[in-house]
Write a protein that binds this ligand. Structure first.
Ligand code: GLN
Length: 454
């Protein structure tokens, strides 16, 4: 813990940690030492972690990297972080992210961007997003592992951009209670770690049924680590042809082929599959996620939490809402609230939101069909490119940024588990990730297959 605190101090340039909690960390570390001395050491005993700013942590600033939550210190602890503390883990502090987890580059944060510890020619790169602080902190050894959340790729894309492992579990595996909500039907927490084995250990500690989240599943959490046998003989791995996008860089293609060969060499059968509704996933996601976000973010009204705008003489409650939300939310969040409100409005609900929901059901059915035909896991690239430069997308159409999520959003729409594993470097020496998508509730199998790619 002391070594991590020193590393965090030295790595301020990365802007990964936005609130540090050294007193809590040292207290927890001492308690962990005592437990170890007593011979009662749970799975995560003494392991120093970073926590994404989206998780509410009791008495510690929890701002979802938004100005509107300025000064907010929750009186409660999220179930996932509580599970980690119960398993003996240590909290080093809170990690930077895109504001309300909306973004793919960690550039929408009120704390400013995070710097990827990987570089090309001294050029600073984005760590990806929205869990960019988590990814950078793990990659730069500021912590042993970190929590992330994934609504449309926010664990897997930054993991791929920084050369670490990130798994989004099945929807319902981890409780969402105490995690600031973005799009409630898509949000899931998961671990971001150095290795697949670490991910298995940490996911088991985070997961579990929680009566405080009605979408949390009452399904036992197996010992994922014990399932890492390395044996994938007889497994069937599907390669979805619709993921072979036009203009996909040759290096990504080559990585994908190499990954399939590694799985084949380990005894898996590789089959071509079709997921015909893939091309509608991104548009459906960018209707559903903003719709749910606009509803979830309605609670930031200047009364209940954080920031409230200074009012002028004669301002009423409407002006208070307007000024507070205009000052408190960043540009990307405002864009999503506007899109969401529009697609849910009386005249457009059927044309947009309802249609997106139908498309979502078709995407889910595509996966169910291939799983029913005997496919155990699906292999795809995690991202369409390696990490891009900081500021590079600043003046681009926002849709350019959304294209980053093309391989990841399908998994959230279908509620499936998905993992990104570092699988090689591009010609500039930057990490690239491969994604494996699994059957619901079979994270153990998925982690076992992923370990073959490590
Ligand atoms: N990049 C996606 C978005 O901006 C995904 C974010 C996430 O998974 N939290 O919505």
């Amino acid at each position: 813990t002391e070594a991590c605190l020193a590393e965090i101090e030295a790595a301020g340039r990365l802007n990964a940690f936005v609130h540090r909690t050294p007193e809590i960390a040292l207290d927890q570390a001492r308690a962990a030492d005592a437990r170890i001395a007593r011979g009662d050491a749970p799975a995560m005993c003494g392991l120093p972690l970073g926590i994404k700013d989206l998780f509410c942590t009791r008495g510690v600033a929890s701002q979802a990297a938004s100005h509107i939550l300025n000064g907010f210190r929750p009186e409660y602890e999220s179930t996932v972080t509580q599970n980690l503390w119960d398993a003996g883990a240590v909290m080093l502090g809170k990690l930077n992210m895109d504001e309300f987890a909306m973004g793919s580059s960690n550039e929408t944060s009120t704390y400013g961007n995070v710097v990827n510890p990987w570089k090309v020619d001294d050029r600073d790169l984005t760590p990806g997003g929205s869990s960019g602080g988590s990814a950078a902190a793990v990659a730069a050894d500021l912590c042993l592992a970190a929590t992330g959340t994934d609504t449309g790729g926010s664990i897997r894309q930054p993991a791929a951009f920084t050369g670490i492992v990130g798994i989004k579990p099945t929807y319902g595996r981890c409780s969402r209670w105490g995690i600031v909500a973005f799009a409630s039907s898509l949000d899931q927490a998961g671990p971001m770690t150095k290795t697949v084995q670490d991910a298995a250990i940490m996911l088991a500690a985070m997961a579990g049924h929680d009566p405080k989240d009605s979408t949390s599943a009452d399904i036992p959490v197996p010992d994922f680590e014990a399932m890492l046998t390395g044996d994938i003989r007889g497994k069937t791995i599907g390669i979805p042809r619709e993921y072979r996008m036009d203009g996909m860089p040759a290096e990504i293609e080559a990585l994908w082929t190499r990954g399939a060969e590694m799985l084949k060499d380990a005894g898996a059968k590789i089959v071509d599959i079709s997921l015909p509704h893939t091309k509608y996933a991104l548009p459906a996601y960018y209707v559903i996620a903003p719709a749910e976000a606009s509803s979830n973010l309605a609670r930031y009204d200047g009364v209940r939490y954080g920031h409230r705008a200074k009012l002028a003489q004669g301002d009423g409650i409407v002006q208070m809402y307007e000024k507070t939300r205009a000052e408190g939310f960043g540009k990307e969040v405002q864009r999503r609230v506007m899109i969401g409100t529009y697609v849910l409005s009386a005249g457009f609900y059927d044309a947009y939101y309802n249609r997106a929901r139908k498309v979502r059901a078709l995407i889910k059915r595509d996966f169910e069909t291939v799983f029913a035909e005997g496919v155990d896991a699906i292999l795809t690239p995690a991202t369409p490119s390696a990490a891009f430069g900081l500021g590079e997308m600043q003046d681009a159409d926002p849709v350019e940024m959304y294209l980053n999520d093309v391989f990841t959003v399908t998994v959230n729409l279908a509620g499936l588990p998905g993992i990104s594993v570092p699988a090689g470097l591009d010609s500039r020496g930057l990490p690239l990730g491969l994604q494996l998508i699994g059957r619901p509730w079979e994270e153990g199998d998925l982690l076992n297959t992923a370990q073959v790619l490590e």
